[in-house]
Design a protein around this ligand. Structure first.
Ligand SMILES: Nc1ncnc2c1ncn2[C@@H]1O[C@H](COP(=O)(O)OP(=O)(O)OP(=O)(O)O)[C@@H](O)[C@H]1O
Ligand SMILES: [Mg+2]
Length: 237
């Protein structure tokens, strides 16, 4: 049994079907990536897994438990965390307050304090500026905060939506190496990325999404070397 199983998932906004029946799994310990052009349905998929959107049809199972009809808070408490597209940190709250919000369902004060220290070990800049408003952080630093906040729920599955969006090449590298470190530490990750090269390089499995469908699946390695992927997503002709 995979950690996450998605079967024939369909999601619509009114009459517009954004996800048209996709199936994939995420095994514990894996990094799985969804790549694809704008509007393919990647964010819609993650938002549905988080319980923020209701599927039209299909089955979502997490650790063998159905997620259909389960509320967003309960889904976090079951171990699924989401670092959303555009980061969505709270700019007026301090960095530390943002991290604490990631632990809003936990009651173990000592454990939360320890995890905040872990976040500062992983991202020293967050510790140095912990009392400052999060809105003063650069885009890349805000991404670190968004990931740190998602990790505060001690997730079994971490979903990252476009973590490298809008970042300089150096910051993108830093974020990607953080994802590699998390993977090496055993974190299971579902990664949505525009940067297909970077995402496929570190993913165990990948799926190409096009207008609501998965059109190609393989190991990260296979997709990296696939001719159609290279043409469409890696800028080769
Ligand atoms: N709130 C909404 N209401 C109506 N349509 C929406 C809404 N959100 C997304 N859509 C549409 O659903 C489709 C899938 O959007 P989605 O954001 O999931 O794509 P994506 O793969 O994440 O794209 P991107 O790479 O640009 O982030 C698009 O056609 C989009 O316009
Ligand atoms: Mg998106």
């Amino acid at each position: 049994m995979a950690l996450l199983e998605v079967e024939d998932l369909r999601v619509a906004y009114g009459k517009i079907e954004a996800v048209k029946g996709i199936s994939f799994t995420v095994e514990a310990g894996e990094v799985v990536t969804l790549i694809g052009t704008n509007g393919a349905g990647k964010t819609t998929t993650l938002r549905t897994l988080s319980g923020l959107l209701k599927p039209l049809a299909g089955k979502i199972t997490f650790e063998g438990q159905p997620l259909n009809g389960v509320g967003a808070h309960k889904i976090v408490s079951m171990g699924l965390a989401h670092s959303p597209e555009g980061r969505r940190i709270f700019p007026r709250l301090s960095i530390e307050e943002n991290l604490q919000l990631g632990a809003f369902l936990r009651k173990d004060t000592d454990g939360i304090a320890a995890d905040i220290r872990n976040a500062y070990d992983r991202f020293p800049i967050l510790g140095e500026r912990r009392r400052q408003a999060a809105g003063t952080l650069s885009g890349g630093e805000q991404q670190m905060l968004a990931m740190g906040r998602a990790l505060m729920s001690r997730p079994k599955l971490l979903m990252l939506d476009e973590p490298s969006m809008g970042l300089s090449p150096i910051m993108m590298q830093k974020i990607m190496s953080t994802i590699s470190e998390l993977k090496a530490a055993g974190t299971t990750i579902l990664l949505v990325e525009q940067n297909a090269q970077a995402a496929l390089s570190l993913a165990d499995h990948g799926h190409v999404m096009e207008i609501g469908n998965i059109t190609l699946s393989g190991t990260g390695e296979e997709l990296l070397h696939d001719e159609s992927v290279r043409k469409a997503y890696l800028g080769e002709d």
